[in-house]
Design a protein around this ligand. Structure first.
Ligand code: CA
Length: 226
């Protein structure tokens, strides 16, 4: 089940959403303001963030922007007015979905399930199968979505994980940035090549020695050395 961060300054609403999520077997974390949300997100690497726009400290848009500097975690934005939706979805660091308050908890849960399914689906597609992978120090279990280097678990964001899985499944094969963007971010993603580069940089850092096996192929993209 997923770890979901709820960022909402209305304590009762946050508690209500939390109970619903926990009722469906998820682990739920709550932050009542923007700065706390960023700290929890960095520590817990949630699978999904439910983020209210109007927050004390930092507003939801700022929180989303900061989140996206380090992760591609799916964000479901809560807005007070319907006409805010275009802004929320259209921004460069846009939310993946939004809901306008007041909303029904049933509808919220349906959106959450749909978003989590999408992430799972992408992970599976990027994986070309579910067999565990062992490449030297690197162990990758697609079903459990677990990555270990030398026996120690490595925490990756969804996109970092998908990138690694795709590269490591095909050692020695070069992938262009365009291909990676298409297959991991989707054809309608509007970010550029730099998105791939920044994810590769973070991936290499997190993987330590194993990260050095991800080579830059000049003028093309990246390759996992076999
Ligand atoms: Ca609020």
């Amino acid at each position: 089940m997923a770890t979901i961060l709820i960022v909402e300054d209305e304590h009762e609403l946050a508690a209500l959403v939390r109970r619903q999520l926990e009722g469906e077997g998820h682990a739920a974390l709550v932050a009542h303001d923007g700065p706390t949300a960023l700290i929890i997100a960095a520590q817990a690497a949630p699978d999904l963030v439910i983020l209210d726009w109007m927050l004390p400290g930092l507003d939801g848009l700022t929180v989303m922007r900061r989140l996206r500097e380090r992760s591609t975690v799916p964000v479901l934005m809560l807005t007070a007015r319907d006409d805010e939706a275009d802004r929320v979805l259209g921004l460069e660091v846009g939310a993946d979905d939004y809901m306008t308050k007041p909303f029904s908890l049933r509808e919220l849960m349906a959106r959450v399930r749909a978003m989590l399914r999408r992430v799972e689906l992408l992970t599976r597609q990027a994986g070309d199968g579910a067999a565990p992978l062992a490449l030297g120090q690197l162990h990758l279990d697609p079903l459990a979505r677990r990555v270990e280097v030398g026996g120690a678990p490595v925490e990756l964001t969804v996109k970092e994980y998908e990138l690694l899985l795709l590269l490591a499944r095909h050692p020695g094969r070069s992938f262009s940035r365009a291909y990676l963007l298409d297959h991991i971010w989707g054809a309608d993603y509007e970010g550029g090549d730099r998105t791939v580069d920044t994810h590769i940089v973070r991936l290499r850092r997190k993987l330590g020695e194993v990260g050095e096996r991800i080579s830059t192929v000049w003028g093309v993209g990246y390759r996992f050395e076999g």
